[in-house]
Design a protein around this ligand. Structure first.
Ligand code: NAI
Ligand code: MG
Length: 369
């Protein structure tokens, strides 16, 4: 059996608390012979700054590059609000994304049946929801040049950001979306604003051409980003895979996330280019939530987003979709049994600790295994 090298970065706040539950799951899968992990741990964020004055060290960066997958919890907190900009906790995350060239951000929005009634939308709108947003992560308006504030000299200033996309950037993110769609519902919705943006026209043309050339078996449609925002809230189940740029993806994935409820439930993956020689790709898996300083140290954080991030690693880095599905089914089962951490409990409902939730998920995986 292949050994999967995991590099764990627990980070700050609740990070180490939720990461401990991932370690439990990984240890169980190894013990029971369902997968074999080799685990190393490092520092990122405020804890790394405290240890050696950098948000991630060169040595840990090298270990991240050498791993089969990096699993990160969360960084930051009020303790580091005043550290210099270049070494602030988020700089560790940005360096990981940049040095590993992670251009594809995957954010699933899944509705667990037991939580359908806690959404702000009607249960019938989100029951059974399973969509995937693929966001371009290294280009677009967040990085395009020029990017500056100019003093116009007449008491006015001008703020400039530039949306730039080259064909290769659009093609490689669209390719990721088409490949993923083939493993799911075989449908892709590509989104931009070609009605008002030149980069949107190019996006639309490039995706259309790639589809015709290599992915004609996948159903493709196009939707303007503002309309897609409306449709996500009106009837999200019409989508399977959505592919869009960095800016629209940032907003639309947050909207999609909230369709299903708590931040504590949401995993994500960020993928790099596939190496043609080895067939492997750099990958970082992390929950969508932050370090939750308001509840850190109390043992009450929800570990589900973190554990679901390990499931994504099994699916997208280690080609073990069945094992990923087994973990996800275990999560669903403990929710069906009524287990709730505080963030997903209804008023008056009994709650469990972070480690009790982790234990229950391991017990369910054991039952299935
Ligand atoms: P946050 O996601 O840490 O917390 C927002 C709210 O959700 C809080 O009330 C928190 O208690 C709750 N929450 C989050 N995750 C939870 C979980 N697993 N279980 C139960 N409740 C949970 O976002 P916030 O408060 O805006 O940021 C706190 C710190 O985290 C800041 O320093 C921020 O910069 C950092 N951050 C880091 C991210 C990362 O590492 N990727 C992402 C977002 C924020
Ligand atoms: Mg965001």
């Amino acid at each position: 059996m292949a050994t999967h090298k995991l590099f764990l970065l627990p980070g700050d706040g609740i990070g180490p608390e939720v990461m401990a539950e991932v370690e439990k799951v990984a240890a169980f899968l190894t013990e029971s012979g369902q997968a074999r992990f080799e685990i190393e741990k490092g520092l990122v964020g405020g804890c790394a700054y405290d240890a050696h004055g950098q948000a991630i060290s060169d040595a840990d960066m090298a270990r991240a590059q050498a791993a089969d997958a990096v699993i990160l919890a969360a960084v930051g907190g009020p303790k580091w609000d005043d550290v210099p900009y270049e070494v602030r906790p988020e700089a560790g995350l940005l360096r990981l994304r940049k040095d590993m060239a992670l251009f594809a951000n995957l954010r699933p929005a899944i509705c667990y049946p037991a939580l359908a009634s806690s959404s702000s939308l009607k249960p019938e709108v989100i029951e059974g929801l399973d969509i995937l947003i693929v966001r371009e992560l290294t280009g677009g308006v967040y990085f395009g040049e020029p990017k500056q504030i100019i003093d116009l000299g007449n008491g006015q200033k001008r703020g400039i950001d530039t949306q730039v996309y080259d064909t290769f950037e659009i093609e490689r993110i669209a390719r990721v979306a088409f490949e993923l769609a083939r493993q799911r519902g075989n449908r892709v919705t590509s989104s931009e604003k070609r009605n008002v943006m030149k980069s949107g026209v190019l996006w639309n043309q490039t995706v259309t051409a790639l589809h015709k050339r290599d992915y004609a078996d996948v159903k493709l449609d196009h939707m303007l980003a503002d309309a897609l925002g409306m449709q996500l809230v009106r009837w999200p189940k019409q989508f399977d895979v959505i592919v869009t740029d960095n800016l629209f993806g940032d907003m639309l994935s947050d909207v999609a996330a909230m369709l299903t409820g708590s931040l504590g439930m949401l995993p994500s993956a960020s993928l790099g280019e596939t190496d043609v020689k080895t067939g492997t790709r750099k990958a970082l898996y992390e929950p969508v939530h932050g370090s939750a300083p308001d509840i850190a140290g109390k043992g009450i954080a929800n570990p589900i987003a973190m554990i679901a991030s390990l499931a994504m690693a099994l699916r997208y880095s280690f080609h073990k979709p069945d094992l990923a599905a087994r973990i996800e089914a275990a999560i669903s089962a403990v929710l069906d049994q009524g287990m709730r951490t505080a963030d997903i409990a209804a008023k008056g409902e009994a709650t469990v600790s972070t480690s009790a939730m982790g234990d229950a998920i391991v017990a369910e995986i054991r039952k299935a295994g």
